[in-house]
Write a protein that binds this ligand. Structure first.
Ligand code: SAM
Ligand code: SF4
Length: 325
């Protein structure tokens, strides 16, 4: 079985948001005041597992748990073990802000988690607090250290750069990654949700600008490294430095993924609102895997060709934390 969309793209990657809640309020991701889903509307552990089984049965081989902050869900590490046991699931990955990673890294390792991405936008503790509104840099650094100590490989840092906030740290972040043998990817900020902290356009900095900055310090070698995602990689030393460039280098033609939100809506594209309520199907017809899979196949038949992000005009009202970034 395999899932193919109307543009001939094979869909083999699911990003599953297991909570829309977060202990941070990163300025590019959320507004200061947020409301979150009532718990009854969030997928249960069993529903997450049922969904992943349905997708894997349709040829999906890679699943990333994300959020919100996945590790503030106390049963996240139990979910890892349950999902890892699903035959056909080749890669189980996690994206985290790192704040609870030191505490859970061992349980995640024991559960069989394959790889971790950790968000890190600055190495300055005060700035970290300002950018995340609530976060503590040291906890994240401890999380990175613990994950490395336990032998997680190819840990990747994710950084969102804002022109007047942390653009002066581009090289320091790469140096930090190089010193520790980590990979790093820079993500161009996307206009998801109405944020109240800054204008998206005025703070925008392109992947090209970041690359030019890095070229002042290092020789960047084009790299064939691929993770099956939209990042284009360059090599510096032993580290892969990736750029995810939804604005300056559209990657939609090679899109291989869909997302499921914490409330169980299948989102066909990050930049489009169309979604299908898979939770409603699971709750109305418990145990009916065929019906669930038919709904997924039907939805993939409507996957849009591409996003049309416009930094000056936020058309997508759901925030990144609700999207499953
Ligand atoms: N809380 C976890 C974290 O921060 O890693 C996982 C969810 S978070 C939404 C996933 C990634 O999306 C993070 O690396 C974050 O920096 C990025 N992100 C959040 N809002 C974004 C936006 N508007 N544009 C681009 N990336 C964004
Ligand atoms: Fe939370 Fe991640 Fe969004 Fe930051 S980027 S507010 S850590 S969900």
């Amino acid at each position: 079985m395999s899932l193919q969309d109307p543009f001939g793209r094979k869909i083999d990657y699911l990003r599953l948001s297991i909570t829309d809640r977060c202990d941070f309020r990163c300025v590019y991701c959320m507004a200061e005041e947020m409301s979150f889903l009532p718990r009854a509307q969030v997928l249960s552990l069993e529903e997450c597992e049922t969904l992943v089984r349905a997708f894997v049965g349709l040829g999906v081989s890679k699943v990333r748990l994300t959020g919100g902050e996945p590790l503030i869900r106390k049963d996240a590490h139990n979910l890892v073990g349950r999902l890892k046991a699903i035959p056909g699931l080749e890669q189980l990955l996690l994206t985290t802000n790192g704040s609870h990673l030191a505490k859970y890294a061992q349980a995640l390792k024991d559960g069989g988690l394959d790889r971790i991405n950790i968000s890190l936008d600055t190495l300055n503790p005060e700035r970290f607090k300002r950018l995340s509104r609530t976060g503590n840099l040291q906890q994240v650094l401890d999380g990175i250290e613990q994950a490395q100590r336990l032998g997680f490989e190819r840990i990747k840092l994710n950084a969102v750069i804002l022109k007047q906030r942390n653009a002066d740290e581009i090289s320091s972040l790469v140096a930090f990654a190089l010193e520790r043998g980590l990979d790093i990817a820079f993500i161009e900020a996307m206009p998801l949700g109405e944020i109240d902290d800054h204008g998206r356009t005025e703070q925008f900095i392109s992947s090209e600008d970041i690359r030019r900055e890095l070229e002042q310090h290092w020789a960047l070698k084009p790299s064939q490294y691929q993770t099956g995602g939209p990042a284009r990689y360059w090599q510096i030393g032993d580290s892969q430095v990736g750029f995810i460039s939804p604005h300056s280098d559209n990657f939609c033609s090679s899109c291989n993924r869909v997302r499921v939100t914490a409330e169980g809506r299948l989102l066909l594209c990050l930049g489009n609102e169309d979604s299908v309520d898979l939770k409603a199907i699971m709750r109305r017809h418990p145990g009916d895997q065929q019906r669930l899979q038919a709904a997924i196949v039907d939805a993939i038949g409507r996957k849009p060709e591409r996003h049309h992000f416009d930094l000056d005009n936020t058309q997508i009202l759901r925030f990144m934390n609700a999207t499953g970034g």
